[in-house]
Design a protein around this ligand. Structure first.
Ligand SMILES: Nc1ncnc2c1ncn2[C@@H]1O[C@H](COP(=O)(O)OP(=O)(O)O)[C@@H](O)[C@H]1O
Ligand SMILES: [Mg+2]
Length: 608
């Protein structure tokens, strides 16, 4: 099932309407730097825009003169076509479009660059967020939020600068012309219609915004579901639950469908209302003009011009309605993406953090207490020390908190109480980069990138040369396996590395750790997916790697860590025994029992 939304960045009920207008201005203001960065381009684009608008407004004037040219003449003069006027008319029409295109071409760089910047910023931020966030995130929905958000930014930049403001400008220009040439009734009608149109559009669009959000939430949910279901392809098959999955997916799709329907229907209402206002205004204007033409106070050209203006004015106005709608939608989308950016990282570098001086890397846990959630404690005061270059093993039942110790050392989470030091430095006071650079991890469950084996190994040190990679392959005992592959190191491992076996995956993880060559080693059941033959071989490599490094080895099979300098037995987040292998055996406690048990098992295995 999907976790409830509380720990994810996006509020589940993003449908609250009261915090609407203010954050929008904040979002618009936050886009300003992207515009200012390309000041020259923006100005040039605005110039093209003004030229295009002036040409546009002049078209009906040219039209009027053409019509009037014929009206005033006797019939025989009709053969003389006003070539210059026609040419001017054509040129104006072309200019109106051409300068608009120029404007877009010049501005494209600004919008695309802003998209790139924001995408990168979100990506970086997501990597800054702690493991806890990523464990509860929902990849499908997250990707959608980012996609919609960046598209929204591009849209907003383009249309805010080029549509809202210029259309208002054009409306003002037309009003001035009408006022200069005709009686104020025309202007009053136009202004009344525009105001009615805008008010209607704003109110209805505000009302519709909730449907947009509903549709987005439903879209995220169905997308998350689809991605999760496909990632679990094998499990779905094991249990023959394709129909169950499809049904659950369809339930989400149904919600999405319903939300989209409301979206569409309300859009139809909006469009119809807008059309009604426009039609009414045009009718009134034409009626007024026709009366004046009949009375002889207006020429036919004037009537044609007014008609042309009305069409010309309401097309962008209609467009303005669309743009306003889209901008509201873009703001909703951007807001969601910015919500991600505002999600604070819980594990952050201290302001005065310095690079870690590992220097051999002695590790101390001092009375460490920790829980993933405040109401469930996992570690209840764990203390131990690993002197530089030594090996400490942690054994204990599953769920006792062994991997948690490794995660805390890596600072995926901060401890609740106590402290962890490396070479005397509290790991909260050093930079995360330097801390993590000093630690090599072979995790319990290795996940690989969907790329070649070579790529995954080289991930340990991205600038490593061929020889270093080959050496790591050899040390991790991968060379035999790779020799069998037709494509060798270039074999692709599939999504999450599912096309290689658990043991092969683990050895790839070992190879890339060896390539990283860090002073501190964390092996979290690093050989658990290997059979005993492979384990013995890899253990050789690991022991060799460990011999020169401070090592924290978490083990399930005790035989793999009997040579450790110290062994800790962990139970329910408490250290219940510690000492060397022989000491613990002599002590006759938990460890001794576990050891005996595993010896029996092994004997049974060998007899079988
Ligand atoms: N991200 C997490 N959020 C909440 N609980 C967790 C999380 N990771 C592990 N746990 C819980 O913490 C306990 C210790 O886990 P872990 O350290 O992985 O055990 P192990 O000793 O098997 O490595 C387990 O009970 C597990 O359910
Ligand atoms: Mg574990």
């Amino acid at each position: 099932m999907f976790p409830s939304n509380t720990s994810t960045p996006v509020r589940a009920s993003a449908i609250d309407e009261d915090d609407q207008t203010r954050p929008n201005w904040r979002i618009i203001r936050s886009l300003l730097p992207y515009l200012l960065e390309y000041r020259g381009r923006v100005l040039l684009a605005l110039m093209f825009l003004v030229v295009a608008k002036i040409a546009n407004v002049a078209v009906p004037v040219a039209l009027k003169y053409i019509v009037d040219h014929f009206e005033d003449r006797p019939v025989e003069a009709l053969v003389t076509v006003p070539l210059a006027l026609l040419a001017a008319y054509g040129l104006l029409r072309f200019s109106a479009v051409f300068f608009g295109e120029l404007r877009d071409a010049v501005f494209a760089r600004v919008a695309e660059r802003a998209m790139r910047r924001v995408s990168l910023e979100v990506f970086r931020h997501l990597h800054r967020l702690e493991l806890g966030f990523h464990l509860s995130r929902r990849t499908g929905g997250l990707a959608r939020d980012i996609e919609r958000g960046t598209n929204g930014i591009s849209f907003l930049l383009r249309f805010l600068v080029f549509n809202i403001v210029p259309t208002l400008f054009e409306i003002a220009l037309v009003a001035v012309i009408l006022l200069a040439v005709f009686s104020p009734v025309f202007v009053l009608t136009v202004i009344g219609a525009v105001i009615g149109y805008v008010l209607f559009s704003v109110v209805v669009t505000e009302w519709r915004t909730r449907f947009v959000r509903e549709a987005n939430v439903a879209d995220n949910r169905s997308n998350t579901r689809a991605v999760d279901s496909l990632l679990n392809y094998e499990t779905v098959k094991y249990f023959g639950n394709e129909a169950y999955e499809a049904e659950r997916y369809d339930r989400d799709l149904a919600a999405w469908e319903a939300a989209r329907m409301k979206n569409r229907l309300s859009l139809a209402a909006l469009n119809s209302g807008q059309a009604l206002i426009i039609a009414a205004a045009v009718t009134v204007m034409m009626w007024l003009a026709a009366r004046e033409v009949a009375a002889g106070t207006m020429t036919l050209g004037d009537l044609v011009m007014i008609n042309a203006y009305m069409i010309q004015l309401f097309i962008p106005l209609n467009f303005l309605g669309f743009v306003y709608r889209e901008i509201r939608q873009a703001l909703v989308n951007i807001e969601r993406m910015f919500g991600l950016l505002q999600q604070p990282a819980r594990v952050v570098d201290a302001p005065d953090a310095r690079p870690l001086e590992a220097d051999g890397g002695s590790i101390r846990f001092e009375n460490v207490k920790f829980g993933y959630q405040p109401n469930r404690s996992i570690l209840h005061g764990v203390s131990f020390e690993i002197p530089a270059g030594r090996k400490l093993a942690i054994v204990g039942p599953s769920g006792s908190g062994k991997s948690t110790i490794a995660r805390l050392l890596f600072r995926f989470y901060d401890v609740d109480e106590g402290r962890i030091t490396i070479n005397g430095q509290d790991i909260r006071n050093v930079t995360q980069d330097s801390l993590r650079a000093a630690i090599g991890v072979v995790p319990q469950d290795t996940v690989l990138f969907n790329d070649s084996i070579a790529y995954n190994i080289r991930y340990g040190r991205t600038n490593a040369d061929e020889n270093a990679v080959a050496e790591a392959v050899r040390q991790a005992h991968l060379d035999g396996f790779i020799a069998q592959l037709p494509e060798g190191l270039d074999t692709r491992v599939g999504e999450r590395g599912l096309k290689v076996s658990g043991g092969e995956k683990q050895r790839i993880a070992i190879a890339r750790m060896l390539l990283k060559d860090p002073p501190i080693l964390v092996l979290d059941e690093a050989t658990s997916s290997l059979d005993s033959g492979a384990e013995r071989a890899v253990l050789g490599a690991l022991n060799e790697a460990a011999s020169r490094r401070t090592t924290l080895a978490i083990a399930h099979r005790l035989s793999t860590v009997r040579d450790a300098d110290r062994i800790l037995v962990l139970e329910h987040g408490r250290v219940v025994e510690q000492g060397r292998h022989e000491e613990l055996l002599n002590h006759g406690g938990v460890y001794a029992k576990l050891w005996e048990h595993q010896q029996h098992e092994q004997a049974a295995d060998e007899h079988a």
